[in-house]
Every structure is written in C-alpha cells, then in structure tokens.
Design a protein around this ligand. Sequence first.
Ligand SMILES: *Cc1c(COP(=O)(O)O)cnc(C)c1O
Length: 362
Amino acid sequence: MERIYNFSAGPSMLPLSVLEKAAAEMVCYQDSGMSVMEMSHRSPVYEKIITDAEALFRQVMNIPDNYKVLFLQGGASTQFAAVPLNLLSENGKADYILSGQFSTKAYQEAQKYGDVVAVASSKDKNFAYVPKTDRNSFRKDADYVHMCFNNTIYGTKFPYIPNTGDIPLVADMSSCILSEPVDVSRFGVIYAGAQKNMAPAGLTVVIIREDLLGKARKETPTMLDYKTMADNGSMYNTPPCYCIYVAKLVYEWILSLGGLEKMKQLNEKKAKLLYDYLDAQSYYVAPVEKESRSMMNVTFVTGDAELDKKFAAEASAQGLKNLKGHRSVGGMRASIYNAMPYEGVEKLVEFMKKFAEENPKA
Ligand SMILES: *Cc1c(COP(=O)(O)O)cnc(C)c1O
C-alpha cells in the first residue's frame, strides 16, 4: 500500500527519510548486533545516542548553555503537574493564560497546588483568538506565568511572547516545537510532548533554565523533580530509549534541510497555500482571527455538520486522512507539521475546490 497524507494532530507524520533510516537500522543498529529497542540504556552505544540527541537538539534550537534539556516520559499532560510541583513555592502564586483546552487543563491541574489564577482568557469566543497580555496582566509576586504557545485544537498561535518581566515564563510548545526558531532565553521552561513534531509518542522534552532547578516542593514525586532528572542526565531510570533515537534522526533531518530558519520558510509556504485559498472563497470559513492563526493546525468549517462529515469521509477515501476537527470544535482541522510535504497541502486544496463545486449549499 502507498503512504497517504496524514493530517492527524498527533501522533502525526514523521519524515519519510527518518522512517526509512530507522527501518534500515531497526534490526541491527550499526555494529552493535542488536536493535536500539533491545539495548541497555547504560551501554556505551546508547550513551552515544542520547548524548548526540541532546547535542543536536541544542544545536537545532540554539539552546543557551544555562539551560538543561530533559528527555522524559508521561506526555505534556504530566508536565501540567510537574510545573507547579517544581516552580510553585509552598504559599506561592502562579498566573495562567487560557488560550485553549490544554492551557485550561494545565491551569486546573495547577490549582491543586496553590494560588493559581487565570489572568487572561479567550474562552468568550471559543478560543478563536489568543488573548493579549502585557506586563501588568501578571501578579508581581507570581512564581511563574504559564502559556500554551500553539493551540492544537483551535488552530491558534501566540503572535507574540508575553512580557512577564522577571517572572519565569513557562510554555507548552507541544504542537509548534521545531517548526520555527524560538528565542529560548525568553522562557524559564519550555516543554513539549514529542508526538506532534518530533518523534513517536512516549517522549516529552523539557528545556529549563538552571536557576529554576532545585526548588521542587518536598512532596514532589522523585520522577517529577526536574533536578533529579537533570542531575542524572535524564537517566535516573530507563528513558524512552527508542523515541529519543528517532528524535535524534529528526534533528539530523532538520539540520540537513538547513535548520529552523529553513523549516519556518517551508512551513510558512504550506500554511500560506491553505490560508490564501480559505481567504479567497466563501464556501469554507476559517474561524480563527487572522493574527492568531497557527502555522501548524489549520481549522475550517463548511457551516453544515453533515457536509463537514461528508468532507472528512471523502477526503479520507482520496488518501487525505484525519481531517476531522477535534470533537470539541467540529468542522475540519488540517495539521501540517514539519513532515507534511507541500504536495500534501496542494492535494488538500485541490480536493477542497472539488468538494465545494460538487456539494453546493442549499
Ligand atoms: C497534544 C498536546 C498536549 C497533550 O499531550 P500528551 O503528550 O498527550 O499529554 C498538551 N498540550 C498541547 C499543546 C498539545 O498539543
């Protein structure tokens, strides 16, 4: 069977060349005589894989030396608890920006641990835009401010980095990490589940400024304490070995293309093709405010739930899979992460034109 264009929000497409490399090395990795899946994480062969992975990730993202990189398990959702446990002092305060479902979940989780307030929200318009904030939006004595940079479900992205002054900014970048350059120094913590744009599900990366380590509350589970993981090079216990290996291949792939500046150009070109089409016609509506549009997740509706359903089914039959929107939003969502080729978006736009012609609205 041929590979199809998979518009899934996550787990999602991986670059074909990465899959092929992993396949070629799967049964026998270099001259180790075994698969990466079968190796001790303490073996010299694996040590080199994880060390190289971190070095490449640092290079790709231009991560400053005063930041640690952690390769963890548990998904981004585990970070919703790990962040307050590590950063929120006993009587501390944390401010959350609510721009979608994941930031709301993070906020609800953090409320278990202290004085946690939603300082801005775009819930009034079903998260179709990103709330504006400025320095005065945040409590001066907050331990941190939390945001979700790209809102996977709604298809929005922050068009700006919030100015939190001296307060550490924590960002969930699960669905936009590696899509364009990021000034890491503007953040205290960046975290991301890998399954959107980096690797198979099972790996979560955390990038944390060193001065924020060692402040975890005493009841913090050892496994969630960033310092434990930092002190042990992400090997306090068995890390998600195979996912880290695939992530390494993905970092190499990005570098081979020209790094994140180039990745950004490619992603902008893909997103522009789709948004330009959406803006030029009236059959489909893109509900997100223009300046908050995501480059990774593009949402649109026909305005008729039956037609939306038909769209997703017919697209799927044409090899354009997983275009159904999230159950909480409806309509369609095309996730066009790094690994989605330009041709995939071209095919999608062609299909959208044809579907609109063949299915006039009453
Ligand atoms: C997918 C996603 C999550 C949830 O990730 P898990 O790894 O499944 O816990 C959280 N935040 C964002 C922005 C996401 O896209």
